[in-house]
Design a protein around this ligand. Sequence first.
Ligand code: ADP
Ligand code: MG
Length: 373
Amino acid sequence: MAITAQLVIEAFEKRFNATPDVFRAPGRVNLIGEHTDYNLGFVCPIAIDFACYTASAPNRDGVLRVFSLNLDEGREWPIDRLASLVPAKDWTDYVIGVIRQIPMARGRDILIYSTVPVGSGLSSSAALEVSTALAAGWDLEHAPRLDLVKLCRRAENEFVGVPCGIMDQYISVFGQDGSAVKIDCRSLDHEAVALPAGLAIVAVNSLVKHELSQGAYRDRVAECGRAAATLGVESLRDASLDALSRITDPIILQRARHVVTEDLRVEQFVAACRSGDVGAMGRLFVESHRSLQHDYEVSCEELDFLVDHAIRIEGVHGARMTGGGFGGCTVNLLQASAVDLFESSIRDAYQLRYGIDPAFYRVKATAGASKLS
Ligand code: ADP
Ligand code: MG
C-alpha cells in the first residue's frame, strides 16, 4: 500500500484508537476544455497521483468527528443534527455538504489528509468531497458511480456555494491509469484517451491567487448564459461558430467564442492524442491559453509569463493555464527527457521576475477513487 495511506492509518489509530478503512480520491489536471463543463461541452482531464486520503471507522458516541491533518484542526457534531446544519463558511462545508446526503446510522470518526495542493486549481475540493463520501460509507462497488459524482457536485454547488461544473468530481471518480478522460458534460458519458508514450506532464504552480477569481467565475457563468439566451440555445454546447455573428455585445461574443472554439479544440486534441501527434497536442494547448487570455479573460500576468517562457524551452510541446484561472497552475506537455531542464529554466525565470520559486508537480494519469484497505 502507498506510504501515504500507511501514514494516514497510523495517524488515525493514534487519534481515534481504532483501526480504519482507508480511501483515496485523486485531484486532477485538466489537459484541455477549460470553462466548458458548465456550458455542457467537452473536457479532457487526467486524474493525478496527488490525492485526498480519508481514514474512517464507526464510533459508539453518536457523533461525527472529522479531523484534517493538513490543517491540524478538527470538529464534531451529533449525527442527529447533521441534516439541519447550515454552512459554516469554512473547509467543513465540503465535508458536511457531502455527508448530509448520506444516511448515517452510527457515529463515525474520519481523518483527512491530502497531497493535492490546496486552492491551486488541481481540485483539492473534489478530492476532499469524493474521499469524504467513501469515508461516510458510500458503496463504490454497488452504487452507481455517476450518482457519487452528482452527490459531490451538489455538495459544492448547494452547500459550499460554488457554481462549479461537473468535471472535477467526475474525473476524481472516473480517472484512468495512463489515460486522459474525454467527458461529455451533457450526456455524462466518457471515453478513455490513452496518452502517447514518452510524454511528460508537469503542472507549475504560480503560487498566486488573485482576488478576482470567485466573482469572475460567477460573471463568466452568467455571461455564457446571456450568450446562449441571445442565440436561443439551451447552452453554448449547441452554438456553432457561424451563429456567433448574431451576438452584438462584444464582451459576450468573446466569451462565447472561447467556449465554442474550446469545445472544438477538445475534439482536435483527442484526435491528435490518438494519433500520437504531440506537436499538434502542444499547439492546441497554446491556442487554448490564448483564447482564455484574450477572449475569456481569466488568465493573469503570472500565468501568461509561465506559458510564454515555457514554450520557448527546448522539448516543450505546449503550455496553458489550467483550472479556473487568475492564478493557480499551468499545465505543460513536454518530452520526458526535457523535464529537468524545463524546471530549472522556469524556476530561474520566475524567481528573477517575481522573486519566488514556483512549485512543480510531475503528474501521471491515475485511476479514480478507490478503497485501499
Ligand atoms: P482547489 O479545488 O483548486 O484546490 P478550491 O478553492 O475549490 O481549490 O478548494 C479548496 C478548499 O477545499 C480549501 O480552501 C479547503 O476549504 C478545502 N480543502 C481541500 N483539501 C482540504 C484538506 N485536506 N483539509 C481541509 N480542507 C481542505
Ligand atoms: Mg475546487
